[in-house]
Design a protein around this ligand. Structure first.
Ligand code: GLN
Length: 490
């Protein structure tokens, strides 16, 4: 059961081989066994999960069917869940119990999925390693001394260690694709606006996008089918016809034009990462795809532009955490001003404070034109790079990150070094394009390497098609971390 795909789990439930309650118990048990060490979950409420499972079983007995009915799914702790803690990885929200459900939580509930728990994450989704969480770092199931990536590191680790069949995440500058890459799972960031941000705690609103993490491209498609869709409560939600994201999975690869950006496979990419990615591309070529060398000339400007724009938006979004309406409030203060200062001083961690300071600075009078406005112009240039590239190719392939997972603590004193690791994920985020990451091999240390595929707006089904075809011919996505406990699931 732990290695079964979502369609396999659904078939087992449909055939009465297992009930949702039994399936949920299995995963809860596994979380109990493994999560003490991995720390992928912030909140697990077994009673509530089992209640969801009982109701899914009842719905099935009443004749209902559905691809996710009765299947346990873990959610990043950035999505508001009614009656359950939603911390966003921060002390600021450590005691926050949301009075409402995020749009995607409603959608999963309507589909009959079981809420398995809330996963660990970098504080307010700011980070690439999951080390900035107030609830402690997450260990990478492939190597327990390494980070799982971030900010959706808890979701990636939970899926990799088979503690959840699938999970949700959010991606502002790479937070689905990069942890998928580091943890050897699949992750998809949809086109901006495809998944509603309602009830998803805001980091940088013009970039934030929810998406699935799972063990195969086919599973990602099943999840996106539930998550996507118009929602009037999010002003940037796109009102488009409903799509079946699994519709193209079996389409042949022959004739596909793959763009290989010069900037993504040159200097600055770890040799083993580049080699595994090249091997994957060779497989596509063997199936009749054609590679074309392309250029995304403004790639090197993406990280500096992002680290102006994202903090600018964050500084504004996070101003709501003032200790008045909700969130942490300091115990002692002399006046209102001191209450704000102390509450925010105590509630936010170092990385969040750094971003608020940078964001406030670049938006302030005299610096706005020099930084924020310039960064917006660069954002436009980066989007134009992609538009030009997609006249020559159908999709772009490259690594999701320049390295495999690094050791816990290796980057914590050097935020800029960590920011630079986002170079291959940030451009698609700035342009609002869909991107996915699937495992394509391992380095000499046994750490996973991820292949990133970026496509034009609304090309999710085509990206999933390419990834699925690759997974029909390879088994990188089926590998299980080498730990004895984890291996048992084979
Ligand atoms: N690592 C990037 C950052 O720290 C991206 C985070 C994200 O996508 N949420 O901002």
């Amino acid at each position: 059961m732990f290695n079964a795909s979502l369609p396999e789990l659904s078939a087992a439930l449909e055939d009465g081989k297992i009930s949702s309650v039994e399936l949920t118990e299995l995963f809860l048990d596994r979380i109990r066994k493994l999560d003490g060490e991995l720390n992928a979950f912030i909140t697990v409420d077994a009673a509530r999960s089992l209640e969801d499972a009982r109701s899914a079983d009842a719905r099935r007995s009443a004749g209902e069917t559905g691809p996710l009915l009765g299947i346990p799914i873990a959610h990043k702790d950035i999505f508001c869940t009614q009656g359950l803690a939603t911390t966003c990885g921060s002390k600021m929200l450590a005691n926050f119990v949301s009075p409402y459900d995020a749009h995607i939580i409603e959608k999963f509930a309507a589909a009959g999925a079981v809420l398995l728990g809330k996963t660990n994450m970098d504080e307010f989704a700011m980070g690439s390693s999951n080390e900035s969480s107030y609830f402690g770092f997450v260990r990478n199931p492939w190597r327990k001394t390494a980070v799982p990536g971030g900010s959706s590191g808890g979701s990636a680790a939970a899926v990799a260690a088979r503690m959840a069949p699938a999970a949700t995440g959010t991606d502002t500058g790479g937070s689905i694709r990069q942890p998928a890459s580091f943890s050897g799972v699949c992750g998809l960031k949809p086109t901006y606006g495809v998944v509603s941000r309602y009830g998803m705690i805001a980091f940088a609103s013009s970039l934030d996008q929810g998406g699935p993490l799972a063990r195969s491209a086919a599973d990602l498609a099943a999840l996106l089918n539930v998550m996507a869709g118009f929602d009037a409560r999010d002003s940037t939600s796109l009102d488009r016809p409903v799509e079946d994201y699994a519709r193209d999975l079996s389409r042949p690869i022959a004739g596909l034009r793959i763009g290989l950006p010069r900037e993504y496979l040159g200097d600055g990419v770890n040799g083993e990462v580049a080699a595994r990615v090249r091997d994957a591309i060779l497989w596509f070529e063997s199936q009749g795809a054609k590679s074309v060398e392309i250029t995304l000339p403004n790639t090197r400007l993406s990280v500096p532009a992002y680290y102006v724009l994202a903090p600018a938006e964050a500084s504004s979004n996070l101003s709501r955490f003032d200790g008045v309406r909700y969130g942490h409030r300091a115990a002692k203060y002399a006046d209102l001003y001191e209450m704000y200062c102390k509450s925010r001083g105590e509630g936010f961690g170092a990385e969040v404070k750094r971003r608020i300071l940078v964001g406030t600075y670049v938006l302030s009078h005299g610096y706005y034109e020099a930084y924020y406005l310039q960064a917006q112009k660069i954002r436009r240039l980066i989007a134009a790079d992609f538009t030009a590239a997609f006249t020559q190719c159908d999709m772009i392939m490259g690594p999701a990150a320049p390295t495999t997972a690094y050791e816990i603590g290796a980057m914590s004193d050097d935020p800029v070094q960590m920011y630079l690791g986002d170079i291959f994920t940030i451009p698609a985020s700035l342009a609002g394009l869909p991107g996915l990451c699937v495992p394509c091999g391992f380095d000499a240390k046994g750490l996973p390497v991820g292949l990133q595929v970026i496509g034009p707006y609304f090309s999710e089904a085509r990206l999933l098609n390419a990834a699925h075809q690759f997974q029909q011919a390879t088994d990188w996505h089926q590998r299980v971390p080498p730990d004895a406990e984890i291996q048992v699931v084979r």
